[in-house]
Design a protein around this ligand. Structure first.
Ligand code: AMP
Length: 591
């Protein structure tokens, strides 16, 4: 078998070298970032006019970490806004920024922009090549094969100052680097650009599945950014497989595909193929009637070697279902990164997702680590879920088994920026730490690529409860929430206890108001594409939160210290809430 080995040794050789010398490489990375940008307004404010080039590494790192403050997005937001408004003087980077990415999370209830530069697309290509190289050591693939990739580019728009805004993946799928990746890894996505950028989740998924089956004998692996998408795509397939079979048989395309460009592009690729259609029909009938769709993927894509996507962190709840569809096919957990910067690569693709950690790539950004210590006496039902922090340390000083929050200094103009992710150092790859992802700090609601914090939820509930008190004689007494990841599609459930009388119509409006008030871009996009279902408002009977408090106090003592958890996965608490639910509403937004 001819496999895609060429170039793999080079990229692995490069990574082994930089990880061996990770501490030195980190110093050089910081130096490069500062040399490139020392004159920008933000750095001048903190560092003055120091001559970076004349300083030795130690002095430079010490000066940087003692003078430049640790910040969050809100602190850099005014600079990013000025860039978005068209200001061209060097504010954060010397090189002009012409593209902004929408990162997950919000700042003061607004969508969060971060700068995107050529460096961002180049590092994406680099980590994909590196990751493909490590994967091929365990699961070699055939040259010229195809990938059944469930990928979706969102829409782009312009800011006041004419800068292009979109998600980092949208920029990447439109970039030269995406084409280069297919050519250098010699694996091609089944779907054309018109499907990837179609913008309608249902129509795109249908075409991804149809083309995946059209090319089924050539498909070497199945992939998506996050595993939630694969699970959703195949549960959709369980419903529509007959329609796809009919299309394959006749070389036709279902009338559910209404986007003209997408229709045209798909129709030029497919031909009537009755024998493939009857094979799929036979397999699906067996899967549906006897197997409960166990092993769907290898049965329909017999040459697939593995499944690849992010399976860690908030994707863990979908692993069971993914394993069910995978029927024994290896699950390869994809790399760790963010819109702000790529962070680490999975150098052990053979490990199950539960055990995967990511080797930090020391050339991509300058990384610092805030040591975190869990507060004592936490339990799921009544924890405030946070940590005691210590002074940040550089990569050279991280300790095995310690938990940290990551701080990034990037080539794209973020300096000592708190990412909010909690990671644990679980080992070392040569000289670079391997991080296991724990969770996004303060994050409470997440289903897919959406990320909402307690503050976001509070703001959303405030808005809707104002509406309630304006339109009725009722008020919200207490609330909590739950991300229902079992329902398909998953959705947010918000529980309200109210005092006073409220008509159903008013509560329906409040439910809709909350759905539209979550402005995190991951949520908005997922709602528009219906990969997250309509928000649900459940009204519980009076006194329910009192019962919750009693339960909680029983566990951790002291009613005066009790705070209602604003989000819960605790089954005892959910049982109390569900048993007390008297009304349910589903949002009518995004239809
Ligand atoms: P975004 O900036 O919207 O692309 O979201 C980036 C965030 O997604 C990271 O900060 C993490 O919280 C999460 N994330 C990215 N990659 C992984 C991974 N491999 N495992 C777990 N969580 C991840």
């Amino acid at each position: 078998m001819e496999t895609v080995e060429a170039g793999h040794d080079d990229v692995i050789g490069w990574f082994e070298h930089v990880s061996e010398n990770a501490c030195k490489v980190q110093s050089e990375t910081l130096r490069r970032i500062l040399e490139l940008n020392s004159g920008v307004e933000y750095l001048r404010k903190w560092l003055g006019t120091v001559d970076v080039e004349k300083m030795d590494d130690y002095t430079l790192e010490t000066l940087f970490t003692s003078l430049v403050p640790i910040v969050s997005h809100a602190d850099l937001d005014p600079y990013i806004q000025r860039i978005a408004d068209g200001e061209t003087s060097p504010l954060l980077t010397q090189e002009p920024i012409t593209v902004l990415s929408l990162s997950s999370g919000t700042t003061e209830g607004r969508q969060k922009y971060v700068p995107f530069t050529r460096h961002s697309a180049q590092t994406t290509l680099q980590i994909f090549r590196l990751s493909a190289a490590y994967r091929s050591r365990f699961y070699p693939i055939r040259e010229g094969g195809r990938i059944l990739e469930f990928i979706y580019a969102g829409k782009e728009f312009k800011t006041l100052g004419g800068l292009t805004v979109g998600t980092a993946t949208t920029h990447y799928y439109a970039s030269e680097e995406f084409k280069t990746k297919q050519e250098t890894t010699k694996s091609f996505t089944c779907s054309p650009q018109e499907v990837i950028s179609g913008g309608d989740f249902g129509q795109c998924t249908y075409c991804h599945l149809l083309l995946g089956l059209h090319y089924s004998s050539q498909v070497e692996f199945v992939a998506s950014a996050f595993s939630y998408t694969i699970v959703q795509a195949f549960s959709f397939f369980e419903e529509i497989w007959r329609e796809i079979c009919a299309d394959i048989k006749e070389g036709n395309l279902s009338s559910r595909i209404t986007l003209p460009k997408m229709r045209k592009a798909v129709l030029t690729l497919i031909r009537p193929n009755p024998s493939l259609a009857s094979h799929i029909e036979e397999v699906c009938t067996e899967l549906e009637s006897n197997l409960g769709w166990l092993g769907l993927i290898p049965k329909l894509w017999p040459n697939a070697k593995f499944i690849s996507s992010i399976m860690t962190g908030s994707m863990l709840p979908y692993l069971n279902k993914l394993r069910h569809y995978a029927g024994g096919l290896p699950l390869v957990s994809a790399d760790y990164g963010s819109t702000e910067s790529w962070i680490g690569v999975n150098v052990d693709p053979n490990l199950p997702p539960e055990d995967v950690s990511f080797a930090v790539i020391p050339t991509f950004s300058y990384f610092e680590f805030i040591p975190l210590y869990r507060r004592q006496n936490q339990s799921d039902i009544c924890s405030d879920g946070d940590f005691v922090e210590e002074k940040p340390v550089p990569l050279s000083q991280v300790k095995l088994g310690q938990e940290y929050e990551l701080v990034l200094t990037t080539f794209t103009g973020l300096y000592r920026y708190r990412l909010g992710d909690v990671v644990e150092v679980t080992g070392f790859h040569k000289g670079t730490p391997k991080l296991s992802f724990i969770y996004r700090r303060k994050l409470i609601l997440t289903i897919n690529i959406d990320k909402n914090t307690e503050k976001d939820l509070q703001r959303v509930v405030d808005k809707a409860s104002q509406l309630l008190s304006q339109t009725t004689r009722a008020e919200v007494v207490d609330f909590t929430s739950h991300a229902d990841v079992i329902a398909r599609p998953g959705h947010y459930v918000i529980y309200w206890e109210i005092r006073g009388e409220a008509e159903d119509k008013a509560l329906e409006e409040c439910c809709r108001e909350m759905d539209t008030a979550f402005v995190d871009y991951g949520y908005v996009v997922s709602r528009r594409m219906n990969s997250i279902g309509p928000l649900e408002l459940r009204v519980v009977e009076r006194g329910t939160f009192g019962k919750v408090a009693e339960r909680c106090v029983g566990k951790c003592g002291g009613l005066n210290q009790f705070k209602t958890p604003r989000c819960t996965t605790n089954s005892v608490m959910l049982n109390i809430l569900d048993d007390s639910t008297i009304k349910r509403f589903r949002s009518s937004a995004y239809v």
